[in-house]
Design a protein. Structure first.
Lengths: 467, 467
């Protein structure tokens, strides 16, 4: 029985098994695998072992592989339906999640997943990782489980690669992939870590913004000072840092770091027209989070600002006294986490160097700067002529009853660039997240429909790829 | 026996009792009376009761008086040596201390006082409050204790007022003093909360900078956002706040808030010459804290920048993700604590209003600002013709063997302005702090010499005032 022949029974099986699927996702979400905070290291390992055990039960040869950081789970089907010319695939996802702060804004504890119902009747799964990326990974795993139940085997030659550092830059995965390139080169990579265009319209993501993420610490005096005694005479690192941050944009919202726009192409007129036709309005996109006015480059459409244009944002800042009340202190240090979303051919290493020079040039006497790099990955573009792209769009269109669109995403998945440059394969990026999923925020959720129809979508895509 | 007649015996008594005096100061420092953090409320009350009990033992009628915040300790000698024309005095100090963060920079726990020896041989008392203001208050109390031991009575008509909110703006003390003005009006106020000119040169402080302390919170979206999805399109409150902070100074280090310099007088040429003669150099003043270059108004001497010119400093800033590693978030909120040191006739209420307007005018679409005021007190200037000033300088000169100087202080003591405007009395500001005392910083200390000779200095000043 081919995957295509099995598809109707597989879809039925997914429908029949949905309650057990949700329970399995809950078990995964309950593990607080926050990768960026070393206090959670043991939970990251537990999450790796959890997903490894599940893959093992589906017939994968599974190993939890050590890296310099959190481990990578590798599962190999060792063959499968390759004989008939179907592509071998590498499925990539991540078991780690974002931090949960501010914790007091969560309505229920982030690692106690639950089903809730929105005012418009949508059922949602609430919890950190419910969408990003545990829920999305499990759509693929549940599709495989249904194939296994119906046909007794996995439907393609599949290698699973589920890592634990995506939320903090995939630092250990880069050398892991480079050192084991021959082992992981397949015909095609599959990733489920992106979103739908809207709740009714599926999409394949054909470009991803890169990410340069720097942490800068400014130091002035060698200790905290009393502002009454030293105020007016001593350099203040918070003021210094604020002046540098303020200088990062000009009055038109453009980034001022020298050379920043090198490698950024203007969109071709036809692509621009397609984007415009998608009609992303401030009301539709910004309204749901309490905003009204696009804040980026003044001469760009909102959809360009958030998907095809590069950006600079401060993701965190701290310095001096931040407790209750007042303290008349001039801090010794202040630091900020500053990230740049990159597009086209922008070179992250060059921009990192230019940014650091930009900061150093603006240091007054008595101030020094230190840097930590947290991420340095270029933007990626998927080939429009890969046949898998058309197959996936057709499969998604069949499942959702609305034409699947091909769009750029504003987010980054660091390793996807290396899948192209190191392993020489395109990546098919299909995901079921929605703009209101509160990914990286308190009360993260994943629509039950995203989860259920996501699994059905993968079943259809697999059948289309397997032929 | 007059106070002058008793003085030699009183000085001997202070010398003989120094070890017990240190032990009493240690008992006071052990109480973690951090007033700005409500978690320490019980300790603030304990510190009030501790000093009240000590004053009681010296013969004061002592009451711990309730306020809207932390209590005020009032002790009244009810007469004393007033008959011979000596002034009645109000001694003001505070039992509260600054927060201790960053705690990990303390070499020993902040509330476990100890004696240490510096490389240059100076003995120091280490602990939060060792100088500011517990150590300084106890110099006066120990002088009184010696008078009581030698003469059997208190040497002047003294009212003690030891408050618990100086480190957070004296909010409750202002209404307390205004409502009880008749009760606390005396001929002269005494305060021990200032410093020496240098370790060998005593000083009387004749002006204090005022303090406007504002906390501003910028809010953009109604939740934290994923910078991959919203980056470039959503207003970022950290970037907004940084731009506002950067705009607070011009390229010459002058504050740009409209009307800020109204009421700031240029120094008379003779006063400026006196200040210049004190020869405060960047090496001598900034060098010990690791700095080299005066950071204030470019056309002012360093001594002006830190004592006679108004300033603006950011005392704290926080927003977004500030934990370990990276998080690609656009925060919903960012906030900063921003303070202004004021001089001359600057009007703190007007500047507060102008500052708030300055911030609001710079808010882009989708950003809003909220404010909390933590302090709003004008600068004060002590009359040069008050006879107590000359008596105190002579007494200090006798004790230290170096001519006592009269200088302005860069710090603020909020209530001293009201002593003048509400109670109609001058304040004699004498203190023994040193620039390297790390007041408000980790490892705060007070030289044993400051403590010991401070008590002896007060004994001499009291004798001079009592006649």
């Amino acid at each position: 029985m081919t995957a295509s022949q099995a598809l109707p029974a597989v879809l039925d099986r997914i429908d029949a098994d949905i309650d057990a699927s949700i329970k399995r996702l809950f078990d995964f979400v309950r593990i607080p695998s926050i990768s960026t905070d070393s206090a959670y290291n043991d939970f990251c390992r537990a999450a790796a072992e959890h997903i490894a055990s599940d893959l093992d039960s589906l017939g994968f040869d599974t190993v939890v592989r050590a890296t310099a950081g959190h481990p990578v789970v590798i599962g190999k089907s060792n063959g499968g339906a390759t004989a008939n010319g179907a592509p071998s695939v590498l499925f990539y996802g991540h078991y780690d999640v974002q931090p949960v702060d501010p914790l007091d804004l969560w309505k229920t504890p982030p690692f106690e997943p639950r089903i809730d119902t929105l005012p418009d009747g949508r059922k949602i799964i609430v919890g950190r990782g419910a969408c990003d990326d545990k829920g999305q990974v499990m759509t693929f795993v549940e599709a495989l489980r249904a194939y296994k139940a119906v046909t007794g085997k996995l439907p393609l030659d599949i290698t699973m690669m589920i890592e634990g550092e995506e939320e903090c830059g995939s630092k250990s995965l880069f050398p892991f992939v480079r050192q084991n390139a021959a082992e992981f080169k397949r015909d095609l990579a599959l990733v489920c870590d992106t979103g739908m265009w809207d709740p009714r319209t599926p999409s394949v993501t054909t470009s991803l913004r890169g990410l340069l993420y720097e942490e800068v610490t400014i130091t002035c005096a060698d200790r905290d000072l009393h502002s009454g005694i030293f105020g007016g005479g001593a350099a203040n690192p918070i003021n210094v840092l604020a002046r540098i941050i303020a200088a990062l944009h000009d009055g038109n919202g453009r980034v001022t770091v020298p050379g920043f726009y090198d490698g950024v192409q203007e969109l071709p007129a036809d692509i621009k027209a397609e984007l415009k036709a998608l009609n992303m309005t401030p009301e539709s996109f910004l309204g749901p989070v309490g905003l009204k006015v696009p804040a980026g480059e003044k001469d760009c459409m909102l959809i360009e600002q958030v998907s095809t244009r590069p950006t600079c944002d401060v993701n965190g800042i701290i310095g001096g006294y931040t407790g209750e009340g007042a303290k008349t202190v001039i801090a010794a240090q202040a630091s900020a986490k500053i990230s740049f979303r990159l597009v086209g051919e922008q070179n992250p290493e060059k921009i990192r160097d230019s940014f650091r020079a930009f900061v150093r040039e603006r240091l007054p006497a008595d101030a020094k700067a230190e840097f930590i790099n947290h991420s340095c990955s270029p933007a990626i573009q998927v080939s429009y002529d890969n046949p898998a792209l058309g197959k996936a769009r057709a499969a998604l269109t069949a499942e959702w009853g609305a034409k699947a669109v091909a769009v750029g995403s504003g987010g980054s998945i660091p390793i996807v660039g290396d899948f192209k440059t190191v392993l020489g394969m395109d990546t098919l990026l299909v995901g079921f997240g929605l703009d209101d999923d509160r990914v990286h925020s308190p009360n993260e959720k994943y629509d039950l429909t995203s989860f259920h129809k996501g699994a059905r979508s993968w079943a259809r895509i697999i059948a289309a790829l397997a032929g």
